[in-house]
Design a protein around this ligand. Structure first.
Ligand code: HDD
Length: 686
């Protein structure tokens, strides 16, 4: 249903055509406005009511349409119709989001990202409402309001926006050790996705597949981006938040608009029900992962996002996800976080979308037939003829008929016994082993970034006892981690573990490191080519061509918009003025040659800043011909540069006397590697 304006005439909401929408009805040219002006009143009243409450969490989001297609039938495990036939494509709508910030906050904050998928299946809507971390901060839904109140801006002055770097968050964390595993993820670069297209998703909870024989299989869902998982760095994020607060949202939109459709593989970790108790943690505990080395992720299908929404409000804002939107063949477990979510999502939509008929909004409407005796309410769009709105009935021929089996949802029967009790199971009590596993599995630079994040966040905490308590908790994860964080904060490190009981179990899971997250690719990577008058246009064209062929996106930047003069005559078109962008908005920077152009760039501090900053953020840097002299002038520490005609690729800095030969190949390789952390970046002033 699309309401397009082409060829139409302006009318009121009740269909009366309007001849003037610029002047309110008044008494004489300078007199008072009349109440009689129904068009004025309707226009203003509607405007006054245009806003709905933003989501209490995940307020800022970006959505996209697409489809999901399984690789093979999963009939052995589940009856879910959309997982049966590899030929069937099921339409989906996905909403990515940050969690803590308001609707207008910046994209590149340190935060968890939402990854919510609505599958419009023939058996009704199935919502997989996940995040980009596989674990959550708390184990029991009853703690959710406490957690969210702690992380949201502080209530007296509503500061800080979209940031966990403040006292109330760390106060809560330091008192609630179950948060620590997710906090480790939050302090890692995982909390800074380069793009929603390069970000994984996780269902987090253990769910249950049920097959046609009623046999259950415990299952964890994983979305894997086909472009690999890639992250920004914190300094870059803070700068992007000013240069382009819509960075991730724009990236998603532009990619889809240009036909670079984001693609993800859906994978599952499956555990036979009889193996539920074979782990050293509880599968019902949402603060735990199942290490992939223990239960591998099996790919079961792929999702392609190929259409941008037509209207942000109607689709991305009004979409309503709910963990209890399940289809036959997918069931819950007794995870106390999931059980609580199954209450919360419906409840929140009732207030956010103004009543019980939000399922009739176009973006929420199932493709499956909806028939029941629910009636009336705000925003009712259906006209239900007849006299019966109850069941059982004879006057309406017993319809809609209630038939068990035949595709009806059947809750899996589970025998449950016990006393009513408010108590966390003993099997939920180990809060430190998995944060340690995560820490152990990171490589050096990942650990460095994580330590820096703790120092930054705790450095913003005013209460010394909160800092101290948090460092003490980190000491229970790993002594080196706690010591390094303590040093940054000027605190006494916690005492080393006493002999006989090492804190760190020394286990690792290679799959947890960012270095294991998918092959590098240059596809859709943005590269800034810095030029001035007198640039070697042939070099620019050769580099541009080599990049474009592999799917990278080169942009020519100069001091001003328009064109620059090419060496030897002619002009080279400029895509953007340098001052309207920044190196943080690109994945790599390259300086083509041309003596005069190089001189112009040397005279422009902004150009030097582009290159130095890209270097500091670990990005590929390229230079050709006289461009090499430009890079040499920046005195980047510890890098070898080309001398004469040779091609030199060292620590992601690729330089060459001329383009032909190996430059393009080496530069593409450096670009595909995403970042180069074998550099000494501390001394770079950027
Ligand atoms: Fe939640 C929104 C993901 C725990 C209560 N949540 C929301 C969204 C995502 C998640 C992706 C945004 C959906 C959208 O784009 O519209 N939430 C999670 C994950 C969790 C989780 C992965 C843990 C595994 N959430 C959680 C708990 C509760 C909630 C424990 C409450 C008891 N979440 C909500 C909510 C929201 C929400 C208040 C706000 C807006 C909405 O639901 O539609 O009901």
């Amino acid at each position: 249903m699309r309401d397009r304006p082409e060829g139409t005439r302006l009318s009121t909401n009740f269909g009366t055509r309007v001849g003037d929408t610029d002047n309110s009805l008044r008494v004489g040219e300078r007199g008072p406005t009349l109440l009689e002006d129904f068009h004025f009143r309707e226009k203003i009243t509607h405007f006054d009511h245009e806003r709905i409450p933003e989501r209490v969490v995940h307020a800022r989001g970006a959505g996209a349409h697409g489809y999901f297609q399984p690789y093979a039938s999963l009939a052995a495990y589940t009856t879910a119709d959309f997982l049966q036939d590899p030929a069937r494509r099921t339409p989906v709508f996905v909403r990515f989001s940050t969690v803590g910030g308001s609707r207008g906050s910046a994209d590149t904050v340190r935060d968890v990202r939402g990854f919510a998928t609505k599958f419009y299946t023939r058996e009704g809507n199935y919502d997989l409402v996940g995040n980009n971390f596989p674990v959550f901060f708390i184990q029991d839904a009853i703690k959710f309001p406490d957690f969210v109140h702690a992380v949201k801006p502080e209530p007296d002055n509503e500061i800080p926006q979209a940031s966990s770097a403040h006292d109330t968050f760390w106060d809560f964390v330091s008192l609630q050790p179950e948060t620590l595993h997710t906090v480790m993820w939050l302090m890692s670069d995982r909390a800074l996705p380069r793009s929603y297209r390069m970000m994984p998703g996780f269902g987090v909870h253990t769910f249950r597949f049920v097959n046609s024989e009623g046999r259950g299989t415990l299952v964890k869902f994983h979305w894997r981006p086909m472009l690999g998982t890639h992250c920004l760095v914190w300094d870059e994020c803070q700068k992007i938040a000013g240069k382009d607060p819509d960075y991730n949202r724009r990236d998603l939109w532009d990619a889809i608009a240009s036909g670079n459709y984001p693609t993800y593989e859906l994978g599952v970790q499956m555990v036979p029900e009889e193996d539920e108790f074979t782990f050293d943690f509880d599968l019902l505990d949402a603060t735990k992962i199942i290490p992939e080395e223990v239960v591998p992720v099996q790919p079961i299908g792929k999702m392609v996002l190929n259409r941008n929404p037509d209207n942000f409000f109607a689709e991305t804002e009004q979409v309503a996800f709910h963990t209890a939107h399940v289809v036959p063949g997918i069931d819950f477990t007794n995870d106390p976080l999931l059980q609580g979510r199954n209450f919360s999502y419906l409840d929140t939509q009732l207030i956010r979308l103004g009543g019980p008929n939000f399922e009739q909004l176009p973006i929420n409407r199932p493709v499956a037939e909806v028939r029941n005796n629910q009636r009336d309410g705000y925003g009712q769009h259906r006209i239900h003829p007849g006299t019966t709105s109850y069941s059982p009935n004879t006057l309406g021929a017993g319809c809609p008929a209630v038939v068990a089996g035949a595709g009806a949802y059947a809750h899996r029967q589970e025998r449950v016994e016990g006393s009513t009790i408010r108590k966390r199971s003993e099997s939920f009590q180990d809060h430190y082993s998995q944060p340690t596993l995560f820490w152990n599995s990171m490589v050096g630079w990942e650990k460095d970034h994580t330590v820096a994040a703790f120092r930054f966040e705790l450095g913003k905490v005013a209460h010394p006892e909160v800092r101290r308590r948090t460092v003490a908790e980190l000491g229970k994860i790993d002594h080196v981690l706690a010591t390094r964080v303590a040093q940054g904060l000027g605190l006494e490190p916690p005492p080393a573990p006493e002999g006989g009981r090492p804190v760190n179990h020394a286990r690792t899971s290679a799959a947890l490191s960012l270095t294991a997250q998918g092959a590098g690719s240059t596809a859709t990577r943005k590269v800034a080519l810095l030029v001035g008058d007198g640039v070697d246009a042939g070099q620019v064209r050769a580099i541009t061509e080599a990049l474009t062929v592999t799917g990278a996106v080169p942009e020519v930047l100069a001091a001003r918009d328009g064109a620059v003069l090419a060496a030897g005559g002619g002009e080279l078109e400029v895509d953007r003025a340098m001052s309207t962008m920044a190196s943080v908005l690109y994945d790599a920077v390259c300086v083509p040659g041309g003596e005069e152009s190089t001189q112009a760039l040397l005279d422009d501090g902004l150009a030097a800043h582009y290159v130095a900053e890209a270097f500091k953020h670990g990005k590929a840097v390229g230079a050709v011909g006289s461009g090499v002299a430009f890079v040499r002038g920046l005195d980047l520490p510890g890098v070898r540069l080309a001398d004469g005609e040779e091609v030199c690729s060292h620590r992601g800095v690729v330089t060459a006397g001329a383009v032909p030969g190996g430059f393009a190949g080496a530069f593409l390789e450096a670009l595909a590697a995403h970042r180069h952390w074998d550099r000494d970046t501390d001394r770079v002033a950027a």
